[in-house]
Design a protein around this ligand. Structure first.
Ligand SMILES: *Cc1c(COP(=O)(O)O)cnc(C)c1O
Length: 392
C-alpha cells in the first residue's frame, strides 16, 4: 500500500463511470477546423465565438506590441506590472461596456476570486443561482460569507430566500451567471435587478459567455437587457469571444478602485502579458468597428439549432449559440462524441460533475468562424451517428 493508492482508485472509478476526462491535444491554430491528436476535424468545441483567437488583426497587434514592449510584465499590477497597455485596455473596455470603470485580471476565474471577497465577508450573505459557474462558487467560498443557493433562474425562489434570511446578515450580494454555459440559457436579469433594488442588495453578473455575444455588437448581457447603470458589477472574460485570455470587472468606479486596493489576484499574481493585452485591445477595436462578426455568429447559431431540431435532437433550453444535445447518461454521451470524432467532428461530451447526473450531453459551440458548408457537414455527422446510436 502506498499513500497515493487512493488517488489511482479514484481515477479508475472515473474511468469505469465514463466520467474520466480524456484530454485532446490541438496541433493547429483555433478556427472552424482543427488538428486534434493529429487528425483534421470540424471544431464544435471551442469558445472562439467570433473567430478572434487566430484573427490577423489580433496576431499583428500582439507581434507589434511584443517588438516594442517585450513579453512579460515581470511584476504584479500593484508593484511594477501595470503597463500603459493595461491602462489603455481598461479604459477602452469601460467605454465599450458603457460603465464608469473597468479592471482586468489574469482570467475570468481569478476575476471572480478577486471580486466576491472584496464585496462580502464573514458577516454577510450571498444569494447564488444553483447552477453558477465553479469560479463564482469558489469566490463565494473564499469570501467566508454564508452562501444561500436559489433555484436556477427562479426569481421567486431568490426572493423567498432573501425574505427568510436577509435580516440576519450585515450585507448581501446577489450573483448569477449571465449565460449558463452548460445549457445556453440566459439569466432573467431585469427581474433579478428588480429584486436587488427592492431589498437594496448588491448585484453581480458573470457575463463570460455573453461578452462579445449578447447585446449590441457584443456589449454583453447588461446591454442586451438595457440595464446600464443598474447592475453593480459585471465580470467577464477575454478568453472566449475575445479570443485571447484575461478577466474583466466592469462597473461603478468606487468598486473598481476597491478592487485595485484589495483584489488579491491583482495584488499577488502577475499581470497579463504584453501580447495578451495588445491582442485584447485589437479585439475591442474590431467589436467597436463593426457588428458583422456578432451578426454572423447569431445567424450560424439560428441555422444550426433549427436544423438540429428538425433532425429530432433535443437541444434543451438554449437561447444562445451554445447548443447542448441532451443524451442522458454519460457513457452514451461519450460514445456519441467518439463516433462523431471518427466521422471528423470534434464535439465534447459533458457529464457529471460538470452537469447534473443523468443530464449528460454533447455541447456544440457555434462560431462566426464556421461557414454554412461547415455547419452542414456537422449536421450530416450528427444525423448519421444519432441514427446509429438510436437517439433519433
Ligand atoms: C469560462 C468562464 C469563466 C472563466 O473564465 P476564464 O477567463 O477562462 O478563466 C468564469 N465564469 C464563467 C461563467 C465562465 O463561463
Amino acid at each position: 500500500m502506498s499513500k497515493t493508492d487512493w488517488i489511482q482508485q479514484e481515477i479508475d472509478n472515473l474511468k469505469s463511470q465514463g466520467l474520466y476526462n480524456n484530454i485532446r491535444t490541438i496541433g493547429s491554430p483555433q478556427g472552424a477546423w482543427l488538428t486534434v491528436d493529429g487528425k483534421k476535424v470540424l471544431n464544435f468545441c471551442s469558445n472562439n465565438y467570433l473567430g478572434l483567437a487566430n484573427h490577423p488583426a489580433l496576431t499583428a497587434a500582439a507581434k507589434k506590441a511584443t517588438e516594442e514592449m517585450g513579453v512579460g510584465p515581470a511584476a504584479v499590477r500593484s508593484i511594477a506590472g501595470t503597463m500603459t497597455l493595461h491602462v489603455e485596455l481598461e479604459k477602452r473596455l469601460a467605454q465599450f461596456k458603457g460603465v464608469e470603470a473597468a479592471i482586468t485580471f489574469q482570467s475570468g476565474f481569478t476575476a471572480n476570486l478577486a471580486t466576491i471577497p472584496v464585496l462580502v465577508g464573514k458577516e454577510d450573505v450571498i444569494f447564488s443561482d444553483r447552477l453558477n459557474h465553479a469560479s463564482i462558487i469558489d469566490g463565494a467560498r473564499l469570501s467566508g460569507a454564508k452562501i444561500i443557493p436559489y433555484d436556477h433562474n427562479d426569481v421567486k425562489s431568490l426572493e423567498e430566500q432573501i425574505k427568510a434570511n436577509l435580516s440576519q446578515y450585515r450585507r448581501a450580494l446577489i450573483v448569477t451567471d449571465g449565460v449558463f454555459s452548460m445549457d445556453g440559457d440566459i439569466a432573467p436579469l431585469p427581474d433579478i435587478y428588480e429584486v436587488a433594488k427592492k431589498y437594496d442588495i448588491l448585484l453581480m453578473v458573470d457575463d463570460a459567455h455573453g461578452e462579445g455575444v449578447l447585446g449590441k455588437g457584443g456589449r454583453g448581457i447588461v446591454d442586451h437587457f438595457g440595464l446600464h447603470g443598474k447592475v453593480d458589477v459585471e465580470v467577464g472574460t477575454m478568453s472566449k469571444a475575445f479570443g485571447v485570455v484575461g478577466g474583466i470587472v466592469a462597473g461603478k468606479s468606487v468598486i473598481i478602485e476597491w478592487l485595485r486596493q484589495r483584489g488579491r489576484p491583482f495584488l499577488f499574481s502577475s499581470a497579463v502579458t504584453v501580447p495578451d493585452a495588445a491582442a485584447c485591445l485589437a479585439a475591442v477595436d474590431l467589436l467597436e468597428d463593426s457588428t458583422q462578426l456578432v451578426d454572423k455568429l447569431w445567424e450560424n447559431a439560428k441555422y444550426f439549432k433549427a436544423e438540429m431540431k428538425n433532425l429530432g435532437f433535443n437541444t434543451g433550453v438554449t437561447e444562445t449559440p451554445i447548443t447542448p444535445i441532451m443524451l442522458g447518461e454519460a457513457p452514451l454521451a461519450q460514445q456519441f462524441s467518439r463516433e462523431l470524432f471518427d466521422a471528423g467532428v470534434f464535439a465534447m461530451a459533458l457529464g457529471f460533475p460538470t452537469v447534473p447526473q443523468g443530464k449528460a450531453r454533447i455541447r456544440v459551440m457555434i462560431s462566426a468562424a464556421h461557414a454554412k458548408d461547415d455547419l452542414d457537414k456537422g449536421l450530416e455527422a450528427f444525423k448519421s451517428v444519432g441514427k446509429k446510436l438510436g437517439v433519433i
